[in-house]
Every structure is written in structure tokens, then in C-alpha cells.
Design a protein around this ligand. Structure first.
Ligand SMILES: NC(=O)c1ccc[n+]([C@@H]2O[C@H](COP(=O)([O-])OP(=O)(O)OC[C@H]3O[C@@H](n4cnc5c(N)ncnc54)[C@H](O)[C@@H]3O)[C@@H](O)[C@H]2O)c1
Ligand SMILES: O=C(O)CCC(=O)CC(=O)O
Length: 359
């Protein structure tokens, strides 16, 4: 057995169909009396309904969350929280909304109650990301970890099939990198493998029938596990690539993870054989396909994009700039990233750009 250190993060999870009904009780347990409800612009009505259900404990609604948390939006939400004398935020939505709550927590120390409606996993992590002047800055801070998370699969029934698959792949990416994290441990590996298995089984069912609650339930369970892994152990090359592509080239988050993951896994395959075995097992691969090819097939066969050129305003020439940014400030990786790897990273990005299936 490898040597390891295991410490768990303090958060309370309420899971199950209809669990949003426990919102009032959970806010009361947090001792909050002036809750600012956050959402994206498209979900202002849902946020308002949650605020209405809280009655006098609600201070207001800020429905301005935007992907990758632009710094000016974070400042505007913080100003609104100050103006309303908020003592807590309720983040109802995907990673963008939860990310905005985290930016407010970083600024004002307000506790977060998160109600995730995608599979991105941010609700289980003390990781924040804020984008300013074309660069995404990420960090870890205990203040941004949501205190309470309500997982209600009913709220995910309206998530379109396409976004469900890419968001699920985003979650799978957290677990896949957790399997070879520098600070990995056996508990996180168990969670990672189970999280990938749950999502790999649920996503095809959701794509066939987006309204099937059993599959939604399993996907949210998988997202919880994968998010927990991301929160507890370090990220590596795959996340670095996605942070550069999202922060600098404004590519959509979940789609970028979906396209890049097979290529990052292929790049790391020889350096992390046990992780590859676990990913293959979790994906249910019986033949000779690699973990990387299995992930590519899971995305391609269920309607998700597999090429960067198809998901945003980005050119083949941008891949060289992205490679420079990744190599210039790398995250730890099982296959170390230094200047000598630049050509390999550039090749990886070109494969992702064109949507080539990894061997
Ligand atoms: N810090 C972390 O640990 C962490 C982890 C994962 C992702 N993130 C961040 O999260 C962001 C991406 O989050 P995301 O992929 O969840 O996307 P998102 O939150 O931007 O949501 C995507 C779109 O789907 C809509 N939506 C959300 N839930 C819905 C539902 N149930 N039904 C219908 N529509 C719904 C949203 O309104 C939005 O328009 C990125 O900024 C990323 O960096 C952070
Ligand atoms: O933008 C953030 O909040 C960081 C995102 C992160 O670390 C996980 C991810 O890329 O999905």
C-alpha cells in the first residue's frame, strides 16, 4: 500500500428527489437571516421562487452569473451583497453560479448553500476561479467551500441532453485526474472509480431519455463523488489545459473538458498505468480499447463534441499559444511538464482541435 495522508472536507450533503423542500430547514441550520440568491440570467425565475420560499430570510436575488466568473461580475455581486447586508448566499445553478458565490465568499466571507443543477462538481470543492484581463486565476481557500449542498435530481430533469453529457464528462475528468493525483489516496480512488462508473452508465440513458429520473439520480450521485475527488486532491495537466482554453480563449467549460479529456489521458497513460486500469474498469471496457479511446467513444457516441474547432471561436494557430501558456505555468502532472514537453503538448492540442480519436 502506498503511503498517504487522508483528510476530509467539512460539508453537509442532503441528497434525494424533492430535497429542495428542505431548503428552509437547511438555511435555518446555517443560522442565516439575510440570504442573497444567485443564478444565471436564464434562471432568475427559479432563483426568485427560492427566495419567495424563504420569506423573511431572503434578502434579494442577483441573477447575473456568467461562465468563468468575470471579475467585474464578481465585484457587482459583492456590492449587491454589501448593499443588502446579506449574511449567506444561496447558489442555485451550475458551476458558473456556484463560482460566483465563491467569489463573494472570498470577498466577504459569506457562507454558501449550493443547489447544483449540473454535474460540474464545484459545490464539493474549495477551488475558486476568477477571470480578469483574459486570464483565469484559480486557487483554493477553505472559505469558498459550500457549507451545505442540496442535491435534488428533479432539478436536473430540464438540463438538455447535450449539456448533460458534456457536464457529466466534466465530472468524469475530475475523477480521472484524481486517480493519478500527486496527493491521491485509496478513499479518493474508490470514489473516483465509482463516480466514473455511475456517470458512464447514466449518461447514455440520459441521452436516450433526458426525463428518466433514475438516470438523473445516478448521474447526480456520480457528480457528487467526482466533485468530492476534485475537492480533496490536486488537479493535473487536463485541468490546466481546460483552464487555459476557457480563460484565455473563452471556450465553453463542459465542452472543453469533454474534448480535451481523452487527449490528456492518452498523454499521461504510460506514467499512470493503475489509473488507466481503473478508468477502463469504470467505463466497462472489455476489449483492447485504451482508457483514452473509451472516454472519446463515450463522448462521441452520445452526441457530445470531440473537436475544439467545433465548440468556439478558436483557430489552429491558437493551439501554439495555448501550448506556451500551459508549459509556461504548468500544474503538477504524473508526466512532468517542462519546456521539453512543449512539442508533445502542442501535438495533443492539435489532436483535440481536429477531434482525432486517441490510439
Ligand atoms: N471551482 C470548481 O471546483 C469548479 C468545478 C467545475 C466547474 N467550475 C466552473 O463552473 C463553470 C461551468 O459550470 P457548468 O458547466 O455547470 O455551466 P453553467 O453553470 O454555466 O451552466 C450552463 C448553462 O446551463 C444552464 N443550466 C444550469 N442548470 C440547468 C438545468 N438544470 N436545466 C437547464 N439549464 C440549466 C445555465 O443557466 C447556463 O446557461 C465554469 O466557469 C467552471 O470553471 C468550477
Ligand atoms: O473555474 C474554476 O472555478 C476552477 C475550475 C476547476 O478547477 C475545475 C474544472 O476545471 O472543472
Amino acid at each position: 500500500m502506498q503511503e498517504f495522508i487522508y483528510s476530509s472536507l467539512p460539508s453537509r450533503v442532503v441528497f434525494g428527489r424533492g430535497s429542495l423542500a428542505a431548503l428552509g430547514r437547511e438555511i435555518e441550520l446555517l443560522g442565516a437571516g439575510r440570504v442573497l440568491v444567485l443564478s444565471t440570467p436564464g434562471h432568475g425565475d427559479q432563483a426568485q421562487a427560492a427566495a419567495d420560499s424563504l420569506g423573511a430570510r431572503a434578502a434579494g436575488v442577483f441573477a447575473g452569473a456568467v461562465m468563468h466568473v468575470p471579475a467585474e461580475i464578481a465585484r457587482a455581486a459583492g456590492d449587491e451583497a454589501r448593499r443588502l447586508h446579506a449574511d449567506c448566499t444561496l447558489a442555485m445553478g451550475g458551476g458558473s453560479t456556484i463560482g460566483l458565490a465563491k467569489a463573494v465568499a472570498l470577498d466577504l466571507g459569506l457562507p454558501i448553500l449550493a443547489v447544483p443543477t449540473t454535474y460540474a462538481g464545484s459545490e464539493m470543492t474549495p477551488i475558486y476561479g476568477i477571470t480578469e484581463a483574459g486570464a483565469k486565476k484559480t486557487g483554493r481557500d477553505a472559505r469558498v467551500l459550500p457549507r451545505t449542498v442540496i442535491y435534488d435530481p428533479d432539478l436536473t430533469l430540464g438540463l438538455p441532453a447535450g449539456l448533460s453529457v458534456t457536464s457529466g464528462m466534466n465530472a468524469i475528468a475530475h475523477a480521472a485526474e484524481g486517480l493519478y493525483a500527486r496527493d491521491g489516496n485509496p478513499i479518493m480512488s474508490l470514489m473516483a472509480e465509482e463516480g466514473i462508473r455511475a456517470l458512464a452508465q447514466a449518461l447514455p440513458a440520459i441521452q436516450r431519455r433526458p426525463g428518466e429520473i433514475e438516470a438523473r439520480d445516478a448521474a447526480l450521485y456520480g457528480a457528487w463523488l467526482c466533485g468530492t475527488v476534485l475537492g480533496n486532491v490536486g488537479m493535473a495537466l487536463h485541468h490546466k489545459l481546460c483552464h487555459v482554453l476557457g480563460g484565455t480563449f473563452n471556450l465553453p467549460h463542459a465542452e472543453t473538458h469533454t474534448v480535451v479529456l481523452p487527449h490528456a489521458i492518452a498523454f499521461n497513460a504510460q506514467a499512470a498505468p493503475e489509473a488507466m486500469q481503473r478508468i477502463r474498469r469504470a467505463l466497462g471496457i472489455e476489449g483492447s480499447a485504451s482508457a483514452a479511446a473509451g472516454l472519446f467513444d463515450l463522448a462521441r457516441d452520445h452526441g457530445a463534441p470531440v473537436a475544439l474547432k467545433d465548440i468556439g471561436d478558436i483557430t489552429e494557430a491558437d493551439m501554439a499559444k495555448a501550448a506556451d501558456l500551459v508549459v509556461g505555468a504548468p500544474y503538477w502532472n504524473p508526466r512532468p511538464i517542462d519546456a521539453a514537453q512543449r512539442a508533445g503538448i502542442h501535438r495533443l492540442l492539435l489532436d483535440a482541435y481536429h477531434g482525432n480519436r486517441p490510439a
